[in-house]
Design a protein around this ligand. Structure first.
Ligand SMILES: Cc1cc2nc3c(=O)[nH]c(=O)nc-3n(C[C@H](O)[C@H](O)[C@H](O)COP(=O)(O)OP(=O)(O)OC[C@H]3O[C@@H](n4cnc5c(N)ncnc54)[C@H](O)[C@@H]3O)c2cc1C
Length: 349
């Protein structure tokens, strides 16, 4: 039977857990479980940690935070984590010049406890994914393994996976599995479990086209961060304005609006690049000739517009938990809270 969030544990505390996804939700779940003495293996389809909290590095030394731009903490747990990351030099406060001013920003979050004070913006250093480096370092993470199915049986929860070297096969059984990936991707690997697909179908996520642009020397831009009121662009940030980044080039990250990204989801990257560069030139009111680098990245499941409304889904008598930011919001802290809730559930805490 499938249930949603905060239900009593109907099984003994697991000795071994597979965590699928090395984004913030998966990493915090894995770390909490490992700290409690559970044997944990994290399976990640890409070559690094962080998920959508990502930094793209180019061969000539440029770096772009093309996913999450900054994080904020409203609840105590994520705030504590950020303080520790700050002490370790992995998180730094970012106070950019913002247009329109920050008080008029809608964060679009439905997750976490709210506070009256506007929260500070923090970025990872030297890149966004660095935020989670110390969380991941003690963990066993198997990279470039795409889990394609979880199969709960009497002898444990089996994982079927594809990896570049050995193809598709069963890769082992665990007492429980934590699936910490975007809802549509979770549906692909756990949607065969009773009612999981229907429950996940209630969650709505939007895509985002991201553009990474570099110019030689400085460019006169109206602000370090700006959010145009209309048009296809939702967000422009001068990446080099973030602390700990090289200031040699003007590096920009541009995010298209959810609507524009949805309407142009299957466009070729070249067409997306041309359209957004033209829109950017009109936003900044100047010609932006001769960028030294332009690259487009499509985030198919960028942000949640309709969340689940509970911190996770429990399936297979509580041996398969499914979570991520989409459970309660669209922010890193929602992913954090979901990952912690899944670990606590398995530990009976
Ligand atoms: C363009 C953009 C801008 C954003 N801006 C902000 C912001 O400014 N502030 C903010 O707080 N949040 C922002 N977010 C949202 C933030 O990135 C997410 O809330 C957060 O990353 C969610 O964490 P997660 O662990 O739930 O999932 P993810 O970060 O998506 O991590 C999931 C991981 O699972 C892996 N994976 C997926 N499927 C499989 C599989 N089958 N097998 C193995 N591994 C798999 C993925 O490779 C990924 O590493 C933004 C996101 C995007 C895309």
């Amino acid at each position: 039977m499938e249930t949603i969030g905060h239900h009593p544990v109907s099984h003994p505390r697991p000795c071994s857990v597979a965590v699928i996804g090395a984004g913030p939700a998966g990493l915090v779940a894995a770390r909490r479980l490992e700290a409690a003495g559970v044997e944990v293996v994290v399976f990640e389809k890409s070559r690094g940690i962080g998920g959508r909290v990502a930094t793209r590095r180019t061969s000539d030394g440029l770096a772009f935070d093309h996913g999450a731009q900054y994080v904020t903490a409203r609840g105590a747990s994520f705030a504590r984590f950020l303080l520790d990351a700050q002490s370790a030099g992995l998180a730094i406060r970012w106070d950019p010049v913002v247009d329109p001013p920050r008080a008029r920003f809608a964060e679009g979050s439905t997750g976490g406890a709210s506070t009256a004070e506007p929260p500070g913006w923090f970025v990872g250093s030297p890149g966004m994914s660095s935020l989670f480096r110390s969380l991941a370092s003690p963990l066993t993470v198997r990279y470039e393994v795409t889990v394609t199915m979880v199969d709960p049986t009497d002898r444990g929860v089996w994982l079927v996976a594809d990896d570049s070297e050995r193809g598709r096969r069963r890769i082992g059984a665990f007492d429980a599995a934590v699936i910490a990936i975007p809802a549509p991707q979770a549906s692909a690997i756990a949607g065969h479990l009773p009612t999981v697909a229907e429950t996940l179908a209630s969650v709505v996520t939007t895509p985002c086209w991201a553009l990474m642009i570099a110019f030689e020397g400085s460019r006169n831009l109206p602000a370090e961060v700006f959010r145009p009121a209309d048009g296809p662009i939702a967000w422009v940030a001068r990446d080099a304005s973030k602390p700990g980044r090289s200031n040699d080039s003007t590096t920009l990250v541009v995010h298209a609006t959810p609507e524009w990204s949805r309407d142009h989801l299957d466009d070729a990257p070249d067409a997306v690049t041309a359209h957004l560069l033209t829109a950017l030139a009109s936003v900044v009111g100047t010609t932006l000739s001769a960028p030294t680098l332009v690259a487009a990245h499509r985030w198919r499941y960028a942000q949640t517009t309709v969340p689940l409304g509970a911190p996770f889904i429990a399936a297979a008598d509580g041996r398969v938990l499914i979570g991520g930011d989409w459970t309660t919001g669209a922010r890193v802290e929602a992913a954090w809270d979901s990952g912690e809730a899944m670990a606590n559930h398995l530990l009976g805490a």
